[in-house]
Design a protein around this ligand. Structure first.
Ligand code: SF4
Length: 373
């Protein structure tokens, strides 16, 4: 069973997207090279690039593969490491844009992320900038990141982006080390121009193993708190690697007797069904194709396997598209199609991406039908 979502495109008409065929987002880790060495880095970034990093020609071939998905095209997010460390960054952005692909970027907040760089990114038609903020002040942010000075670099980048009318998404790690600071981070973001705040619930991969996740119960409290804030926040709010946010949102909407059409027009509804490997696909700096950045299971390589074929037909991807293949609690859950659990966390905990997400405390009613198809 695949999920088809309908999107409003810029020129006005509604366009269906079958998530089993056309992902919503391709994350491309352009390089592992990065001047920072953050304590929870998924990529375990290095100062130098990997010797087998995709070169310019191979990178252009990858962009052609993304174009080959056809309409509706996925959005491309350039990530790393630090994408600014790619000497051919702007040529590759231009190439993607010329193919009709919308591109966003998540640069590392270093001294190199200057006003001029953001202006250049804007000129090359980058749609939005992702910035990581894990603390409400220099002490708390840098305690998590382990890099002195990076709080100011981040806040400077947010200010430059606002001045240049570049939308920003702020990504915040949710872990035992950051949970108490979340309200203060929210207050800080109210003073900035932010398009979206994404709460990323820690997965123990890469250097993330060095931090402590919050308990499932605390996670539920944080998600309910976030949903309450989202009603009045001047920016959109979402979670990453915590799709049970959708279950909680749906429970709350039903508790408030929200009619189905109002539920369907809510922002959380637009994320229904999207999860690691279903709506999301990740390409590593060496071309490995994985269901997500936090699910480091290489199912092919773009040097040998065209990305659309892999995403649509590779057996693990096919299983990830179909929530009825999930095991344990997630496989029995009535929310499995809209939520389905974090496949990355299931993989980190068990080595099997189809297993149950151990972060969710919900007890499904056995064999109850999916609630929201
Ligand atoms: S049991 Fe799994 S599918 Fe059900 S709400 Fe929890 S994480 Fe989602």
């Amino acid at each position: 069973m695949s999920v088809v979502i309908t999107e409003q495109k810029q020129h006005g008409h509604m366009q269906p997207r079958d998530l089993a065929r056309n992902p919503m987002i391709v994350y491309w880790e352009m390089t592992q090279a990065c001047g920072l060495a953050c304590r929870h880095c998924r990529a375990e970034a290095m100062l130098q690039k990997h010797p087998r990093e995709l070169n310019y020609t191979e990178s252009c071939a990858l962009l052609q593969q993304i174009r080959a998905f056809g309409d509706p095209l996925p959005h491309l997010i350039l990530t790393g490491g630090d994408p600014l460390r790619r000497p051919d960054l702007y040529e590759l952005i231009d190439e993607a844009v010329s193919l009709g692909i919308e591109v966003s970027i998540t640069p590392a907040a270093t001294q190199n992320l200057t006003r001029e760089v953001i202006e250049t990114l804007r000129a090359h038609r980058i749609q939005s900038l992702g910035l990581s903020l894990d603390g409400s002040n220099a002490r708390s942010h840098e305690a998590v990141r382990g890099v002195p000075g990076c709080f100011d670099w981040t806040m400077n980048a947010a200010r430059y982006a606002a001045e240049l009318d570049m939308p920003i998404q702020v990504n915040t790690l949710v872990a035992a080390e950051t949970a108490d600071d979340l309200p203060a981070i929210f207050d800080l973001l109210l003073t900035q121009r932010v398009m979206r705040w994404s709460l990323f619930f820690l997965i123990g991969v890469g250097r993330g193993r060095m931090l402590e996740p919050v308990s499932p119960e605390r996670g539920e409290d944080i998600m309910r708190w976030s949903l309450n804030l989202a009603r009045a926040a001047p920016f959109a709010m979402k979670t990453t690697e915590a799709p049970s946010y959708r279950r909680i949102a749906l429970e709350e909407m039903r508790a408030h007797n929200m009619p189905p059409e109002a539920i369907r027009s809510s922002s959380v509804y637009r994320g229904f069904g999207i999860r690691d490997g279903n709506g999301i696909v990740f390409v590593s700096n060496t071309g490995d194709i994985c269901p997500a950045g936090f699910l480091p299971l290489a199912l092919g390589n773009v040097r040998d396997n065209p990305l659309p074929e892999m995403y649509r037909d590779e057996p693990t991807f096919r299983a990830l598209h179909d929530a009825n293949t999930f095991k344990g609690k997630c496989g029995e859950c009535e929310y499995r199609v809209i939520c389905g659990g974090s496949r990355a966390r299931a993989f980190a905990a068990t080595g099997d991406p189809l297993e149950s997400d151990p972060f969710c405390p919900f007890q499904p009613e056995r064999n109850k039908h999916e609630l929201f198809q």
